[in-house]
Design a protein around this ligand. Structure first.
Ligand code: NAD
Ligand code: ZN
Ligand code: ZN
Length: 381
């Protein structure tokens, strides 16, 4: 089959590779219909995620049609259309039994840090992902959700990650009626967090980024006020304070995570930005900006190059810090209703579609935030 293959930092290519097969009775093999590229994939591409092996296939946001089922699969049949949560969960371990599907311990024997995740290095189990013609889905009775007949694959594609992650980010912020919520990062996750803050009763939502097209998108799609980092002199903290009576937002969401070396941040660091390269810039800003007693909700992904956090400031200000790998399965049914009602227009986030063969180009475009790209989807076959 054709599949996107990692060849080393900053290098991905579409190549031939053996198609996946049923390995356990509870597996299905899907023919992939849509596979999105995520900000998390950029961390892999940039070589930030430990044990990302050459030859592996990325992609944890996909829909597909069941091609083959293992003998123990009960709920799915050949021909079913499904959307699949990015976390792989067994449905019966200590965590799954408590509904904490994003923490499943049997899907990732390699580490107790995270559940298994499709296409996300051997640190999360070494599973191949869905940026390919076919993908193996383990524990197929647990994760996949059948796509209702009246909905297109793209209507629900982002229920695999971005919609639950952004919504959970707002929910972990404890957003309450009347709150001012600031969201760092206007990528797909930040946009959904901003939109979700309204659904949870926010009075004001301020979205922060440096990419003008994404700021415009945040105004249109999420109905947010925007703060342009360049216009703010790359110091958004005083601006946020000034806009909130000197106190700061009630809730700050970090939807940025690791930033690539070689990104514009390095240039800015040279111009006196008071943070080290590879440090958690957005997270530091969030901690300094939020009001005393406020909450910082962190869904941006971090790892070895950026574990520097101003924990002293967080302690002095009495902050609540919450963070999680999203619990996709738990949110899917509820958010499907928001999708149906048009309150969370996941499909509306998709700005670009490319044939799988052009995946390398799609990564470059998405990574550069070029051509107004917000969410990029690969179409195999
Ligand atoms: P993305 O790369 O499309 O968007 C990130 C945005 O942040 C970009 O628009 C960039 O310009 C902006 N940005 C960079 N530095 C900034 C700063 N200091 N302040 C404000 N904005 C800044 O990514 P995405 O797909 O939206 O994902 C966002 C983050 O969420 C990533 O780290 C991703 O890995 C993570 N994520 C986490 C989960 C989870 O389960 N916790 C799930 C999905 C994605
Ligand atoms: Zn993702
Ligand atoms: Zn489990």
């Amino acid at each position: 089959m054709r599949a996107l293959v990692y060849e080393g930092p900053y290098r991905v290519k579409v190549r031939d590779k053996p198609a996946p097969r049923i390995e356990h009775g509870e597996d299905v093999v899907l023919r992939v219909t849509r596979a999105a590229i995520c900000g998390s994939d950029l961390h892999l591409l940039h070589g930030f995620v430990p044990d990302t092996r050459v030859g592996s296939t990325f992609g944890h946001e996909f829909t597909g049609v069941v091609e083959e089922t293992g003998p123990a699969v009960r709920t799915l049949r050949r021909g079913d259309r499904v959307v699949v949560p990015f976390n792989i969960s067994c449905g019966r371990c200590f965590y799954c039994a408590r509904g904490l599907y994003g923490d499943c311990e049997s899907s990732n024997p390699m580490s107790d840090l995270a559940s298994g995740v499709y296409g996300y290095s051997h640190t999360t189990g070494g599973y191949d992902g869905g940026q390919a013609e076919y993908v193996r889905v383990p524990f197929a009775d647990v994760g996949p959700m059948k796509i209702p007949d009246d909905l297109e694959d793209e209507d629900v594609l982002l229920l695999s990650d971005v919609l639950p992650t952004g919504y959970q980010a707002a929910e972990m912020g404890g957003v309450r009626e009347g709150d001012v919520v600031a969201v760092f990062g206007c990528g797909p996750v930040g946009l959904v967090a901003a939109r979700s803050a309204w659904l949870l009763g926010a009075r004001r939502v301020i979205a922060i980024d440096r990419v003008p097209a994404r700021l415009r998108f945040a105004e249109r799609w999420a109905g947010a006020e925007t703060l342009d980092l360049e216009a703010a002199g790359w110091d958004p903290v005083p601006v946020l304070k000034e806009q909130t009576g000197g106190r700061g937002p009630d809730v700050c969401v970090d939807a940025v995570g690791l930033e690539a070396s070689g990104s514009p941040w390095q240039t800015l660091l040279g111009r006196g930005l008071k943070l080290q390269a590879g440090s958690a810039v957005a997270l530091s800003w969030a901690i300094h900006a939020v009001r005393k007693g406020g909450t910082v909700s962190i869904v941006g992904v971090y790892g070895p190059p950026a574990n520097l956090v101003p924990i002293g400031a967080a302690m002095n200000k009495g902050l609540t810090l919450r963070t999680a790998q999203a619990n996709v399965k738990r949110y899917m049914p509820h958010l499907l209703e928001h999708v149906r009602a048009g309150r969370l227009d996941g499909k509306g986030l998709i700005t670009h579609r490319f044939p799988l063969e052009r995946a390398a180009h799609a990564y470059a475009l998405f990574g550069d935030r070029a051509d107004g790209c917000v969410k990029c989807v690969l179409v195999p076959g």
